[in-house]
Design a protein around this ligand. Structure first.
Ligand code: 5AD
Ligand code: SF4
Length: 481
């Protein structure tokens, strides 16, 4: 089929699942002649892949749509068309409302429908009114998306293994926007991973809104949990690192915990959201575990894998949260000690049970004060964790070039950004790096050469930093669970 070349710009908001989905949308549209563009200006199609998790995230979409309208008009003045689409969770939650608020939008489609994109694009191009698709189709998009030829993601790649959530935490929109829990088959995941590794990927992050609830069909016809899947993935030659996100404490089963002690490729870093340290608030959130249950899980993980580092998500100012409840959250943070973490002010989301809890709502000022206190404590823990690595040698996967010439950027086992002077040939490799400088959010280091391992060339903690940039922040991440 003859296709003319067209430019596609996808702007991704929110979680890594959206990053993964955006990549797959690009795959689906490539046969129609759409090639990735760096910016919206001049593009033939712009897709906003949106996030609905908190109010701020949703509102950003409307301001972006306002800006895009001007660019669409400019293109129209030149006799060309810019198709504007809203995808992701805002699309799922607000559907037709988006077209009513922003009539220049051509397509609105939810996260379960992007395998139907070619058909939707054809309808939109014909221009017979806006296309809205927020179905949860019976067929799985994973069975229908292209596999072969999917765009290589580079040294570190995402693999979606699970989607949706049946937990219904009372604050969260995910069960409504992403639908019921669904696990891909292990065979599909193994196949996709093998293909990625053959294309140069050395690290995969298994993705799911509730990734450790994974219960996919194994090639042996049995249901596999995440631990089993990870053990099998670890058999793939050339795959150096395995991560997974985001987990729910209730699904942290013994097999997954023991995998942390037995599978060397499984990185010693787990993102395990707890949301609150107060049993009363955890119950109101419908988390179905206590703060002590969480402490016990953390202990088991650290018994299985000494030195394992943790991150988490916290919500402050959930309706009814008292000063005592909040103090319990600070206590839990102090007890667990995190390498990094995310914290948010509670944001009422339409349609969720917590949004209807009128009692004990906190003022913005109170929420802000609590957020500041939590963030100060977490920042202090992150600084201490980073400082503890000074002078040590860490394995770093270099996955991109740095801002300075001759510099590469990568990730430590604990997800910190690490920068070091290193030649391009080390891109895509896991390399020992001695940490010579630490900042609040990143590390600087020096590549440990064979000579310096055997000789004494390497500097210890007192060495000068090769380079340190305070503005490199860990990728913000928004996955739930
Ligand atoms: N308000 C504030 N934070 C929220 N999160 C999810 N829903 C809300 C909400 N309504 C946070 C949780 C979750 C993270 C991705 O976003 O901490 O783990
Ligand atoms: Fe599900 Fe996580 Fe949302 Fe809870 S916070 S409903 S576990 S996605």
């Amino acid at each position: 089929m003859a296709t003319s070349r067209k430019k596609l710009f996808i702007k991704t908001y929110g979680c890594q699942m959206n990053v993964y989905d955006s990549g797959r949308m690009a795959d689906v549209l490539a046969p129609l002649g759409y090639e990735p563009a760096e910016e919206a200006e001049g593009a033939d199609m712009v897709i906003l892949n949106t996030c609905h998790i908190r109010e701020k995230a949703s509102e950003k979409v409307y301001s972006e749509l306002g800006r895009l309208r001007l660019q669409q008009q400019e293109k129209a003045a030149a006799g060309e068309r810019m198709i504007i689409a809203v995808a992701g969770c805002v699309a799922q939650a607000e559907g037709a409302e988006i077209m009513a608020r922003a009539p220049h939008v051509d397509m609105v489609f939810g996260p379960q429908t992007y395998h139907q994109l070619p058909e939707m694009v054809t309808r939109a191009v014909r221009g017979a009114g806006g296309v809205i698709n927020t179905d949860f189709p019976v067929e799985s998009k994973f069975d229908l998306l292209p596999g072969e030829g999917a765009t290589p993601q580079g040294p570190s790649a995402f693999v979606s293994v699970q989607e949706g959530c049946d937990k219904f935490c009372t604050f969260c929109v995910v069960p409504y926007t992403r639908g019921a829990e669904y696990s891909r088959s292990a065979a599909q995941i193994l196949e996709e991973t093998r293909r990625m590794v053959a294309n140069g990927t050395v690290e995969i992050t298994l993705l799911g809104q509730n990734v450790n609830a994974y219960h996919g069909e194994g090639p042996d016809g049995r249901t596999w949990g995440l631990g089993r899947l990870i053990r099998e993935l670890a058999e793939i030659d050339g795959l150096r690192r395995i991560r997974y996100t985001t987990s729910h404490p209730r699904d942290m089963d013994d097999d997954l915990i023991s995998a942390h002690g037995q599978v060397p490729q499984l990185m010693p870093f787990v993102h395990l959201p707890v949301q609150s340290g107060s049993d009363r608030i955890l119950a109101a959130m419908n988390r179905k575990h206590t703060a002590d249950d969480y402490r016990r899980i953390v202990d088991k993980l650290r018994d299985a894998r000494p030195g394992l580092a943790l991150s988490s998500d916290f919500i402050v100012g959930f309706p009814g949260e008292t000063a005592e409840d909040f103090a319990a959250t600070l206590r839990l943070i102090t007890d667990v000690t995190y390498a990094s973490a995310y914290s948010f002010k509670y944001s009422a989301r339409p349609g969720t049970p917590a949004a209807a809890m009128a009692e004990g709502r906190l003022t913005e000022d109170d929420k802000s004060a609590r957020l500041e206190a939590v963030q100060n404590l977490l920042a202090e823990q992150q600084r201490a964790f980073n400082a503890g690595l000074l002078g040590t040698v860490q394995e770093v996967l270099f996955d991109r070039r740095g801002k300075l010439p001759g510099q590469l950027l990568g990730r430590s086992p604990y997800m910190q950004s690490v920068h070091a002077a290193a030649p391009d040939r080390l891109l895509g490799q896991v390399v020992p790096v001695r940490v010579t400088a630490v900042s609040a959010s990143s590390l600087g280091g020096e590549v440990v050469t064979t000579e310096s391992v055997h000789g004494e060339a390497q500097q210890g903690a007192g060495g000068r930093p090769s380079f340190i940039s305070p503005d490199i922040k860990a990728n913000h991440q928004e996955m739930t669970a």
